[in-house]
Design a protein. Structure first.
Length: 112
């Protein structure tokens, strides 16, 4: 019998909790050109949104994410039961990625 799985069911819940827990000994997210990113922390598999910034959707608290220089980005939001992957050839920081994530969160919000 085929069954639709939620994100939490597809990834073992105890393992997902490990990924989205802040690693205190790993410090904060910091880039040489930008300095420390406020409201961001380090998780086991990427960065965490501890406190959404003006660029983050307000529902993104607790999100695990990472991005690449050429506009690639992935995120997992256990709280919103959603995930995303962008493979765009855009410079890091291009507004396309921010707008895409905002629209994705809004679509999930409307559906629930």
């Amino acid at each position: 019998m085929e069954q639709d799985l939620t994100l939490r069911e597809a990834l073992a819940e105890d393992r997902l909790d490990d990924f989205v827990r802040q690693e205190e000994d790993r410090g904060v997210v910091r880039f040489a050109a930008l300095g420390e990113l406020q409201g961001k922390g380090c998780g086991l598999a990427g960065a965490l949104i501890l406190e959404p910034s003006a660029f983050d959707h307000q529902d993104a608290r607790g999100e695990l994410f990472w991005g690449g220089r050429a506009g690639t980005q992935w995120w997992i939001s256990p709280e919103k039961n959603t995930a995303g992957l962008i493979m765009a050839q855009r410079e890091m920081g291009h507004p396309f990625v921010v707008e895409f994530k905002r629209l994705a969160y809004e679509a999930v919000k409307r559906k629930s």
